[in-house]
Each structure stands twice: as structure tokens, then as C-alpha cells.
Design a protein around this ligand. Structure first.
Ligand code: A2G
Length: 446
């Protein structure tokens, strides 16, 4: 089936001249608008339609951006009649692909509906509700022959890609251990005052705007690694997960939950109704993962505490390691002083590690990516999606990767419930990982 999927995507596009990929966008909230911006800038993309029920707040912003980019004459269709109207957009026959940037509960529902309608979905990151959801993504993709693109932007972060080059060139020796995580103080994302996207109050749910409207609810009801893939995606590429290697098992533990309640009290008072809410999400969730090829992975989810952002990225091999926080590196016999960290340097310094191993994609496209979201990496995500479709090439981050990343959330939830009980990670490739070859960013193409 792996081959036939490749074949079917080739069948869809390879023999046709597709100067433009015709895209529909589902969700024009904070994230969707940034995809919209990137799509509107590309000459090889035709933004045909968008869907979003938030006519009061986000739809006018999208409309504005479209008119600015395309002029008043060129019409982009709008599907704004409630949360299910995206299904009408999927009925159009002038759309090749859709980008899904909606609340997490909708990702798989929309991706599955898109595949069934013959549209290629690019899906934003999150964690699944349950394992069944992950299998449905895989099964629908295999049954329909429609590939799925997993929009994990951190896979394209410049330092992450330089480290991938170092791994591939053997600088670290044989990889033994990796760390990564989503360590991001989201307190002002989870609460706002209903007038601005971030902070200014302690509301969530219906009284709040943007992510606080829906995302915070997951912290109320779930104790899990809610957002595994910013940390896990880059790690999977470094050790060829689903392509010669696979994740085997995990065990997770969570701290008590304090940060969100404290934020409410500190920024309002004990008498605010939200001070009564019992948040299930532990402040720090730690997950240990084993792999077929003998590496271990430490994943962390840490979104409720005061702390500067960090991916906590570490790649350890038999010769040395990269550690993210201080951008440090140490290679035995190469580093000038035994047992002393070296600086990684900067990408524009070719004499430094970072400069020497700067990924070919970044060398080629850093200028095009400049100014795009998250230090430019969002540009590479869109580029990879669009270029793959144009070439009829398989996606480098595909439905098996997405299912694997998404699965960490329900598995970690179950493990925490069992006091760190071991959970087995499904092999979504059904054994094909043994023969699948790495394809992520092998050159400077996309
Ligand atoms: O914070 C960051 O931008 C995250 N991205 C994104 O996924 C989302 O959680 C956002 C919160 O508004 C990265 O960390 C790369």
C-alpha cells in the first residue's frame, strides 16, 4: 500500500501540468491567517476558498488580507455558515488541497472529510483524542489514496535542520538518546479578557477570544502530553522513525496542577468563578519513549509555569551531543577542551558548527523565509506542502508520522492514569517502517 499511495499521488499530479496548487483554507484564526498570508504570497498557489464560522472577528481579517493581495475583482469563496460549512467547501471541484488550522477536536474530522472528498489535507499539529482517531487517519488515507501532510514547523527550524545534518554526517557518532519538548509559558494564551488574544484577564471558554476559547478546555479535562510534536517531530527525523526505526513504548508521569489556578488568583482573585475550576493537566508532564533501534527519548510538556521558551532539544551520540538551551555542543576529541562545552556559533559564520552544517534548504531559501512565522520555519512548511503536490512526490512528513505524533497524547494520558504504566505505541505503518527510506529534507529542494 505504501507504494500504491505513492503511485496514486503521482497519478493525481505527475502527468498534468499544475502551475498552481488550488487551495482551500479551513480556519482563519490566529494560525490560519498566518498560513493565509504565506499562501497569498506564493505565485504557485491559488487561494480559492476559505471556511470559518467566526464572522465577527476572524473572517473580516481574512477578507481584508485577500482583497489586499488579490485585488477587489478576484473573488475567493467564503464558507462561514456555521462550523459544518467547510463540508460545502469540500464539495467544490476546483480545489486540490486544504489547509486545516482549527481547534484540535476538528483536525481529524476535517482531514478525513477532505480525503473522502478527494482533497489533500495539510493538517496542523496537536494530539489525538484517542488511538482510534489516529487509525482512522491512516485507514482513510490508504483507502482513498490521498496523502496527508503533517504541518510540524519545528522540523524546519534552522538549528534543528543543522543538527539533522550533523546527525546524518555522523558528527555525534551513533545516536543513543534524545530530548525534546514543548516548554512554553502558555498562561497568557490560555487566558485573556475577551478583547485581546493574549492575557489581560483570566477568562477562557465562551468569554474569551482565540485559543483561550477552546484550547484551555483541554487543560481542564486532560492530563497528558497535549502537544507532543514540536519536540517529537525533529527527533523522529533524526532517528528515522517510521523509516527504518519506530517508536515502541512510552511511560508518562505528571506533576500536580498548580500554575493555571495560581495565574487566575494572581491576576484576579479567589472569588473569580474560574478560581473554582479544577485543572487536570499537570504543570509538567514527562514522557519516556523507547525505540526499535535502541535510542531513548525524553519528551516534556510544560505550559503552565513561568519560564522562557525552550524546545529542550538534545541529541546525544557516542561521540558527543548538541544541547539546545545554551546552543552548546561537545564532541570528544574535536572540542578543544575535555569536558567543556563549545559554542555552536551562528549560521552566518561558516567556521562555526552551525554555519558549517547549515542545512542546504536554509542556505538556499533563508532569504525567502525571512519574516515568515516562527523565525522563518513556517515558510518551509508551506513550501514543502506545495512543492510536493506540484511534483506528485510523497510528503516528507506523512500520515504515518502524523498518526505517530498524535498518538502520544492519548497514550501518555493512559500511562499517567496507570501511575506511569507502560503503553505500547502502535505501528501505524503495519510493518512497512522496515523498508521505508528516509526522505525528509535530503537536499535543497523542498
Ligand atoms: O505558540 C507557539 O507559537 C507554538 N509554536 C504554537 O504551536 C502555538 O502553541 C502557539 C500558542 O499560541 C511553536 O512553539 C513552534
Amino acid at each position: 500500500i505504501g507504494l500504491s499511495m505513492l503511485g496514486s499521488s503521482a497519478k493525481l499530479f505527475a502527468n498534468e501540468k499544475k502551475p498552481k496548487v488550488r487551495i482551500g483554507l479551513i480556519g482563519v484564526g490566529a494560525r490560519g491567517l498566518s498560513h493565509l498570508d504565506l499562501a497569498l504570497r506564493r505565485e504557485d498557489v491559488d487561494l480559492v476558498a476559505f471556511a470559518d464560522p467566526d464572522t465577527a472577528y476572524t473572517v473580516p481579517k481574512a477578507r481584508d488580507m485577500i482583497t489586499k493581495a488579490y485585488g477587489a475583482k478576484r473573488k475567493v469563496a467564503e464558507y462561514t455558515n456555521g462550523p459544518e460549512d467547510f463540508r460545502n467547501m469540500l464539495k467544490r471541484d476546483d480545489i486540490d488541497a486544504v489547509i486545516i488550522a482549527t481547534p484540535w477536536e476538528w483536525h481529524s474530522i476535517m482531514a478525513i472529510a477532505a480525503m473522502k472528498a478527494g482533497k489533500i489535507p495539510a493538517v496542523e499539529v496537536c494530539g489525538a483524542s484517542d488511538i482510534q482517531e489516529c487509525w482512522e487517519l491512516v485507514n482513510t488515507s490508504e483507502e482513498t489514496g490521498i496523502p496527508v501532510f503533517g504541518m510540524e514547523n519545528v522540523c524546519y527550524r534552522r538549528d534543528v535542520m543543522a543538527v539533522l545534518q550533523m546527525v546524518r554526517e555522523g558528527l555525534f557518532g551513533e545516536i543513543t538518546h534524545l530530548q525534546g519538548g514543548y516548554q512554553h509559558d502558555l498562561r497568557a494564551v490560555k487566558f485573556n479578557n475577551g478583547k485581546q488574544y493574549y492575557g489581560g484577564g483570566v477568562e477562557f471558554g465562551e468569554n474569551a477570544l482565540s485559543e483561550a476559547k477552546w484550547r484551555t478546555n483541554h487543560s481542564v479535562h486532560r492530563n497528558a502530553d497535549l502537544y507532543p510534536s514540536h519536540g517529537l517531530g525533529p527527533i523522529c527525523n533524526a532517528i528515522n522513525i517510521n523509516r527504518g526505526n519506530r517508536l515502541l513504548s512510552l511511560t508518562s508521569v505528571a506533576t500536580k496542577s498548580r500554575g493555571l489556578h495560581k495565574y487566575i488568583v494572581d491576576n484576579s482573585s479567589e472569588s473569580h468563578p474560574n478560581a473554582k475550576v479544577k485543572f487536570k493537566l499537570g504543570d509538567i508532564v514527562s514522557t519516556l519513549i523507547t525505540t526499535n533501534n535502541g535510542e531513548t527519548i525524553m519528551l516534556s510538556h510544560d505550559t503552565n509555569s513561568p519560564r522562557p521558551y525552550s524546545l529542550n532539544f538534545r541529541v546525544q551520540g557516542t561521540n558527543g551531543l548538541w544541547m539546545d538551551d545554551q546552543k552548546q555542543i561537545y564532541i570528544e576529541k574535536l572540542s578543544p577542551k575535555h569536558d567543556v562545552w563549545e559554542s555552536t556559533g551562528k549560521p552566518d559564520d561558516p567556521a562555526s558548527y552551525y554555519g558549517k552544517y547549515d542545512h542546504p534548504l536554509w542556505k538556499r531559501y533563508a532569504k525567502d523565509a525571512a519574516g515568515a512565522g516562527h523565525g522563518g520555519m513556517d515558510w518551509f512548511v508551506m513550501n514543502s506542502f506545495v512543492e510536493s503536490i506540484k511534483r506528485g512526490a510523497p510528503f516528507a512528513l506523512d500520515v504515518y508520522d502524523m498518526a505517530t505524533w498524535y498518538a502520544i497524547t492519548p497514550l501518555s494520558e493512559q500511562s499517567i492514569l496507570e501511575g506511569g504504566g507502560v503503553q505500547y505505541i502502535p505501528d501505524f505503518t503495519r510493518g512497512r517502517w522496515m523498508n521505508r527510506k528516509p526522505i525528509f529534507a535530503l537536499d535543497d529542494q523542498y
